[in-house]
Write a protein that binds this ligand. Structure first.
Ligand code: F6P
Length: 583
């Protein structure tokens, strides 16, 4: 939504600037003692999630001013516009309809005169049929044997979501079917994924919305060679399927239309786990569990669309993100899942949040004058406690943190026998650590308290400042539905932040320059290798562009054309590379 009034001129913005400048004077100990209802007032339930916001460095006045900003930007109307299919991704002139991916079959969302919910359910049905067939051992490879390994080849949103969810939902895996994920252009990634695999029982899922992403196409070509060399060219149809919006490029690669699972330009890569990009996940956990995950997404979508702002959890989380980043000038946010299954969740959220909100131009393209997107990072607890938590507790930078914890351990992994007994005892210890970390961060330990049991010379070292804010998210157990709820919670937090900042969270122009330069450098690294290195380039360049405005594909071409006029440093490094590479 293009604004007519500059948000920085509003009274709420000015008040928050003053409050933010004084945020170091806020004291969580004082706020807890002064308001016995703080915890119940600031703890929310959304689906299966309990979200405790009481340990945030905010007063009722700050929350009220933040809500005022949400009202000023018309957050509720913006959510409605997104859900209704308006072209909220303005720089690419597209809707952003990830919520339609989890809409019930009778919902109606019209885009260009077409009810796209019908398309969504048509593809879900195709996925359902295909995954049942593979999981039942009825899909036979070229030699007549069933598939036992799925290799997902994709990058960014076509990898991070399915890979993270595959790990998270290990308890739901099919016993005889495992998945591996290949993303990096470094050959070591594909090579290590192929170790020990039998081509006769391996299926590749090439996941790329655009089907021109250089890493994915390079890896797909190498994977195809691996199959063709061992099973012959005719085997490709039994060992490759594609998830892509680019029918032409998929066909040029050698995958027939019956083995392509469609998606659409109104699904952003980082919002696409609920689409056919989740095919590898569905193969692993089955269509029922996949639909449970979609149901979890939907629970939070409905909450986001219908709840008043004061108790709208994703909106409140987004407003807190704006408070810390823009008004308190805190550059990063840590995501700390105390749940081994969620160990890749911080990386997944890194793309979701930073590719969406890491922007310095407003919706109208003009530079904005305040800080946007935080750096999102993290690690599973308790591992992080033994590496970077020192800085969280006593460093000079305050890092707001999100803790995520499950009340009960995951179900036993189906694909391996349970080796670890006393799981409940492990879980109690895990949860105790999680709660202890958020307590220590929030309330710290004063010098007087420290002096009671510490040698005087160590008091300065052993004092904890406290007032380090955190969210605590607790759920009963990491089920497919809970995972869907968590993801949707963060998607809508990201949307809320973008709405306040006045940026478009659905484009990612910042990734394009590097791709264009890599293509021109590639040509100069080994001038004779251009087309051999990119055998797909002829098939796909017609669909691609470089840095072009609106409505273009998300990707640039993989074809390499030297410009030859690099800066002095890059030219020297190219020359060093050539001599080291041949020496
Ligand atoms: O380079 C950024 C990006 O466009 C991401 O937004 C996307 O998730 C990723 O590349 C992969 O894109 P594709 O699915 O088209 O290969």
């Amino acid at each position: 939504m293009v604004r007519t009034v500059d948000i920085t001129t509003t009274s709420q913005w000015r008040t928050l600037q003053a409050l933010g400048a004084a945020h170091t004077e806020l004291g969580l100990r004082r706020m807890f003692v002064g308001d016995p209802s703080r915890v119940s007032r600031m703890t929310h339930e959304i689906g299966d999630l309990v979200v405790d916001l009481s340990k945030h460095l905010v007063t009722p006045e700050i929350v009220e001013q933040l809500l005022g900003l949400a009202r000023f930007v018309g957050l509720t109307d913006q959510v409605r516009a997104m859900a209704a299919g308006e072209r909220v991704n303005t720089s690419q002139d597209r809707p952003a309809l990830h919520m339609a991916l989890r809409a019930p079959p009778d919902a109606v969302v019209v885009v260009n005169g077409r009810n796209i919910v019908e398309d969504v359910h048509r593809v879900l049905h195709q996925m359902d049929k295909f995954t049942r067939c593979v999981r039942a051992g009825e899909w036979l490879g070229a030699t007549g044997r069933p598939i036992d390994t799925v290799v997902n080849v994709g990058i960014g949103g076509s990898d991070l979501g399915p890979a993270m969810a595959y790990e998270a939902l290990a308890a739901f895996h099919h016993r005889q079917l495992r998945c591996r994920f290949v993303a990096n252009i470094d050959a070591a990634d594909l090579e290590s994924a192929l170790v020990g695999l039998d081509p006769a029982t391996t299926m590749f899922v090439i996941a790329s919305k655009s089907f021109v992403t250089s890493e994915t196409i390079r890896n797909a070509i190498s994977a195809r060679r691996w199959i063709v060399d061992r099973l012959g060219a005719a085997a490709v149809g039994r060992h490759f399927v594609a998830v892509s919006a680019n029918a032409q490029a998929v066909e040029a690669f050698g995958i027939g239309p019956e083995n392509r699972f469609d998606l659409w330009d109104w699904v952003g890569g980082r919002y696409s786990l609920g689409s056919a990009i989740g095919l590898s996940l569905m193969l692993a956990i089955g269509p029922e569990a996949f639909r449970d995950m979609l149901g979890g997404f939907r629970t939070v979508d409905e909450h986001f669309e219908s709840m008043p702002l004061e108790c709208n959890v994703p909106a409140l989380l987004g407003l807190l993100g704006v408070w810390y980043r823009t008004f308190c000038d805190l550059p990063t946010r840590a995501v700390l899942p105390y749940c081994h299954g969620l160990r890749s969740f911080p990386t997944y959220l890194g793309q979701l949040d930073m590719e969406s909100n890491g922007k310095r131009a407003g919706v109208n393209g003009a530079p904005i004058s305040y800080n946007t997107g935080a750096i999102v990072w993290g690690e599973a607890g308790t591992r992080g406690q033994h590496s970077f938590h020192q800085l969280l507790h006593q460093g000079t930078t305050v890092v707001p943190a999100d803790f995520i914890v499950m009340a009960r351990p995951s179900h036993p992994t189906r694909s391996v026998d349970r080796e670890v007994h006393e799981t409940e005892a492990h879980n109690d210890q895990l949860v105790a650590n999680c709660l202890a970390q958020s307590t220590a961060l929030a309330f710290g330990r004063t010098a007087e308290e420290t002096a009671a049991d510490t040698a005087p010379a160590l008091v300065g070292h052993c004092t904890f400042p406290g007032n380090r804010p955190s969210t605590m998210i607790m759920a009963p157990r990491l089920s497919p539905s809970v995972l869907g709820q968590l993801i949707a919670l963060y998607e809508h937090q990201v949307f809320t932040q973008a709405a306040i900042w006045g940026i478009n969270p659905f484009d990612q122009w910042g990734v394009e320059l590097g791709k264009t330069l890599a293509n021109s450098i590639l040509a100069d690294l080994n001038a004779s290798a251009t087309n051999e290195q990119n055998p797909m380039s002829a098939a796909i360049t017609s669909t691609t562009v470089g840095l072009q405005p609106a409505a273009t594909n998300e990707q640039t071409s993989v074809s390499a054309a030297s410009h030859g006029n690099h800066d002095a440093s890059t030219t020297a490094l190219i020359s060093r590379y050539r001599s080291m590479n041949t020496g």
